[in-house]
Design a protein around this ligand. Structure first.
Ligand code: ZN
Ligand code: ZN
Length: 183
């Protein structure tokens, strides 16, 4: 989302608050794809600090992810807040497009003309906010390790009583069971 800063860039100390609505392309992360069907919405305050513009943004939205247990797609609510500084001009030749302010530790991006773009900083901060181990719910039952059925949709045909048996004991149990199954 591009934001017009022509009204505050002329004079140090000027400040404004704006509403945000930012649409994002899908992001690859952790071997899967996070999708964003609705734009992230929120507000940003922008200060002219002289050589830099400081943006403090806070947005909410949701990502469609794959659950790491049952592999089903679900919506993960997300809240992101970040500070970003913008410097007018271009990065020096060979310098990265995003740098760090050594005094504040804030991320510094560049802009030209009268507009700054919050899409990249938002995407970077969403990547940090995405769960390492996405779960559709805290008590997702996952997939049956034997038949692969989604156990959230009900029990499968496998014998669930074996579920928590120590594998070494399970071997014994199978041995013990064999005479029964043959009779
Ligand atoms: Zn799940
Ligand atoms: Zn099963």
């Amino acid at each position: 989302m591009r934001i017009d800063v022509s009204d505050i860039k002329q004079e140090t100390g000027l400040h404004k608050k704006i509403d945000l609505s930012v649409s994002l392309e899908p992001i690859e992360f952790g071997g899967q794809e996070a999708r964003f069907d609705r734009p992230f919405t929120g507000t940003a305050e922008i200060w002219n600090l002289g050589k830099r513009l400081l943006v403090q943004a806070s947005l909410t939205g949701e990502a469609e992810l794959s659950c790491s247990r049952c592999l089903g797609r679900y919506m993960e609510p997300l809240e992101v807040s970040f500070d970003e500084e913008f410097v007018e001009g271009e990065p020096g030749e060979g310098d990265p497009a995003v740098q760090e302010d050594e005094d504040t530790g804030r991320t510094v991006s560049f802009y030209t003309g009268d507009e700054i773009d919050l899409t990249d900083p938002l995407r970077d901060n969403i990547l940090l906010a995405l769960p390492m181990k996405p779960l559709c719910s805290e008590d997702c039952k996952g997939l049956c390790p034997r038949c692969g059925a989604n156990l959230n949709e009900g029990p499968c045909a496998c014998d669930r009583t074996d579920e928590h048996v120590d594998p070494r004991l399970a071997v014994l149990k199978d041995l013990l069971r064999k005479p029964d199954s043959q009779s």
